[in-house]
Design a protein around this ligand. Structure first.
Ligand code: B12
Length: 214
C-alpha cells in the first residue's frame, strides 16, 4: 500500500484531522484520484474505528473526532472530484434526490456518493440527514427527480427504506421513480425484499447502476 494511504488510515485512527488533511492534499498534489485515497486509505481507517467502537475498545468521543476528521477530508476530496469531473457515465439523464433516512445522522458515505454523481454530470438534490419519508417524497415531487437514493447506516433505521417503498406505492407514485438503497448494513437481499430498484454497495457502483437504469 502506498505510504500516503497508510498515513490516511492512521490519521483517522489517531483522530488527527490535520494529518488526514495533509495526506489528502499530498495525494491531490501528486495528481492522485480523489476516490482512490478515500477508498484505500480513509474508508479502511473509519471502518476500523467503527470496529473498535463496536468491540468497546474505542469510545463515542473518539468516534466523533474520527468522524470529524473523515468529514474534513471527504469535503476536500469531494470538491476535487467535482472539479475533475468523472468518467463513469458519459451522458447522464435525470436528476437524483438523496437523503439519509429518519433517525440516522450518518452522511459521510452519502456525501461521497453525491460528489461522484455530480462529478459524472448528474444534478443532485441533497435533503441532508434524519429525513422523514414524507419529506423525501415531497422533495422528489418538488424537484421532479427520476431517482430517489436513500442511505441508512443503522440496522434500526433501514426500515425507513421499506416505509419509503410502501408509501410510494400507496400514493401510486412508485412507477414514477427509480429507488436506490445504500448504507453499510444494507444488502442486495434487503433491496430485493423491500422492492427497491437498485442496491449500491458503494458510490461508484451507485453511479454505474443508475446509469444503466436511466
Ligand atoms: C462515522 C460514524 C459515526 C459518526 C457519523 C458522522 C457522519 N456525519 O456521518 C457519528 C459519530 C455521528 C456516529 C454516531 C452514531 N453511530 Co456511528 N458509525 C460511524 C462509522 C464508524 C463509520 C460510518 C462511515 O462514515 N463509514 C465510511 C463511509 C464511506 O461508509 P458508508 O457510510 O457505509 O458508505 C459507503 C456505502 O455504504 C455506500 N453508501 C452509503 N450511502 C450511500 C448513498 C448513496 C446514494 C450511494 C450511491 C452509496 C452510499 O457508499 C459508501 C462508500 O462508497 C460506522 C462504522 C461502519 N463500519 O459503518 C459507525 C456505526 C454505523 N455507528 C453505529 C452507532 C451505534 C452509532 C450511534 C448509535 C452511537 C451512539 N451511541 O450514539 C450514533 C447514532 C446516531 C444516529 N442517530 O444516527 C454502529 C451501528 C450499529 C448498528 N448495528 O446499527 C456502527 C456500525 C459502529 C459499530 N460497529 O457499532 N457514527
Amino acid at each position: 500500500m502506498s505510504e500516503l494511504f497508510v498515513q490516511a488510515k492512521q490519521a483517522i485512527l489517531a483522530t488527527d484531522k490535520e494529518k488526514a488533511l495533509e495526506a489528502a492534499k499530498r495525494h491531490l498534489d501528486a495528481g492522485g484520484e480523489p476516490l482512490e485515497i478515500i477508498s484505500r486509505g480513509f474508508v479502511p481507517g473509519i471502518t476500523e474505528v467503527g470496529e473498535q467502537f463496536g468491540r468497546g475498545t474505542l469510545f463515542l468521543p473518539e468516534l466523533i473526532m474520527a468522524a470529524e476528521a473523515m468529514m474534513a477530508v471527504t469535503d476536500l476530496l469531494s470538491a476535487a472530484m467535482a472539479a475533475k469531473g468523472g468518467s463513469v457515465s458519459a451522458s447522464p439523464s435525470g436528476s437524483i434526490l438523496a437523503a439519509t433516512v429518519k433517525g440516522d445522522v450518518h452522511d459521510i458515505g452519502k456525501g461521497i456518493a453525491i460528489a461522484m454523481f455530480k462529478a459524472n454530470g448528474y444534478a443532485v438534490h441533497d435533503l441532508g440527514r434524519d429525513v422523514e419519508v414524507d419529506e423525501i417524497i415531497n422533495g422528489a415531487e418538488k424537484h421532479g427527480v427520476r431517482v430517489i437514493a436513500t442511505s441508512a447506516l443503522l440496522t434500526t433505521t433501514m426500515s425507513e427504506q421499506k416505509k419509503l417503498e410502501e408509501t410510494l406505492k400507496k400514493a401510486k407514485l412508485r412507477d414514477k421513480y427509480v429507488t436506490l438503497v445504500a448504507g453499510a448494513p444494507v444488502t442486495q437481499r434487503w433491496a430485493t425484499r423491500i422492492g427497491a430498484d437498485i442496491y449500491a454497495e458503494n458510490a461508484h457502483i451507485g453511479v454505474v447502476r443508475v446509469g444503466e437504469k436511466l
